[in-house]
Design a binder for this molecule. Structure first.
Ligand code: PLP
Length: 400
């Protein structure tokens, strides 16, 4: 007999995928330009020119056997050194090359990290709203997801809720900022408050609680301040990073794990990361894209496009009378569903060819996620449809 839990995971599409498939069918019916698809976090801005130039140079100048050959399981040493240097120069992260493991994006970084940390029955705290795959990854590692709400309308960590969610069985907390789906960026003060609380809980329970920082949106912030680096706030940190969004390379599957240099049992944890990578079959991340990394560290896709999209759409929706979470980063708006029923609101939105994602799978009810990583003209052309949606819910324009 086949594994039933894997069968049901594979057989049941996620809500986001459902909407995406609906969109594909609808585009075939009425033309792609007539459907306003805000469902997927698939970057529309091309990768920076450095990516192309670096790849061309690598293909042209590296002997094929070396270019396409296996690297060490954890990734090319020279690449890991370049990442550590970059993190230390940029964030004073205290990173070490021999605590870095290159992965197929953030998804593999998370599954490896969770497998390395979680023992059967351990709890992993998710801050809601959260990326729905976290619950899948935690269960696959043998853990139990426990949700701590970041309450509406600010969606920032709440110490009372976090304290209530942490128990003697807590092995880790997953922290995602800039956040998918809310777009909220956690401040240094909020990180410090979480750090204080977790340190207190570690002392009380007498064992480490790890902070898994899931950071595929680290560079996607639009209001000036860089995102605080987690190893500077908390010793027992594991960073899961991805180049999927910063360099617009989601299909190439490249990212890394950084085990903090001051993490408890850090050498053993890194060995367990290598073991988990081995047992999951995630050894040697794509070699060509590993080799591309050193030349592209610190580069980003053209973030001004996302900023302009955010400003235009958030401004227009607020003016129409919708209510949004503070959209500081990533490329998502999190909008209150008038009437409180997110699924019903998304169905109504479909009548105006607007594809939005209800918040329920993100662990929050009554909101929708709008992925604004689309071409700017999609934003512009969608505004009359949003206007009709606002009218359908009798929202009133804000004056001034
Ligand atoms: N974590 C979050 C919060 C995400 O939004 C995503 C992808 O959208 C991932 C992890 C997975 O990223 P990757 O494509 O690098 O595996």
């Amino acid at each position: 007999m086949i594994n039933r839990s894997m069968f049901s995971l594979g057989n049941r599409r996620s809500v986001i995928r459902d909407i995406f498939e609906y969109g594909a069918a609808r585009k075939a019916q009425i033309g792609a330009q007539n459907v306003f698809d805000f469902s997927l976090g698939n970057p529309s801005v091309p990768a920076p020119e450095t990516v192309k130039q670096t790849l061309l140079q690598l293909v042209d100048q590296t002997p094929a056997a070396e270019l396409h050959g296996y690297t060490t399981a954890a990734g090319d040493r020279h690449v890991r050194e370049a990442i550590a240097d970059y993190l230390n120069r940029t964030y004073q992260a205290d990173a070490q090359a021999d605590r870095i493991y290159l992965t197929c994006g953030a998804a593999a970084a998370l599954t490896i990290t969770l497998s390395a940390l979680v023992c059967p029955g351990d709890e992993v705290v998710l801050l809601a709203p959260y990326f729905p795959e976290y619950a899948v990854f935690v269960r696959q590692a043998g853990g139990v997801p426990v949700v701590a709400a970041c309450p509406a309308p600010a969606f920032v960590p709440d110490m009372a809720h976090l304290a209530a969610a942490v128990s003697p069985r807590t092995k880790a907390v997953i922290v995602n900022s800039p956040n998918n789906p809310s777009g909220v960026v956690f401040t240094a003060e909020q990180l410090q408050a979480m750090s204080d609380l977790l340190q207190h809980k570690q002392a009380e329970y007498g064992h480490p609680i790890y902070w898994i920082a899931d950071e595929p949106y680290r560079e996607l912030v639009y209001d000036g301040e860089p995102v605080p680096y987690p190893t500077r706030y908390y010793d027992n940190t594991v960073v899961c990073y991805s180049f999927s969004k910063s360099l617009s390379l989601p299909g190439e599957r490249i990212g890394y794990i950084l085990v903090g240099s001051r993490a408890a049992e850090g050498a053993d944890l890194y060995a367990a990361v290598c073991g988990a990578g081995r047992s999951l079959g995630f050894v040697c991340a794509p070699a060509l894209f590993q080799k591309m990394v050193p030349a592209c560290l610190g580069q980003t896709t053209d973030l001004s496009v996302y900023k302009a999209n955010r400003d235009r759409l958030a401004g227009a929706l607020t003016h129409m009378g919708f209510t949004l979470a503070q959209p500081g980063g990533a490329f998502y708006l999190f909008m209150q569903a008038p009437g409180g029923n997110a699924a019903a609101f998304c169905e109504t939105a479909k009548q105006f060819e607007l594809l939005l994602v209800p918040s329920d799978d993100f662990g929050v009810s009554g909101y929708v996620r709008i992925a604004y990583c689309v071409a700017p003209d999609v934003i512009e052309r969608s505004l009359p449809a949003f206007r009709q949606l606002a009218d359908a819910y009798r929202l009133h324009e804000k004056r001034g």
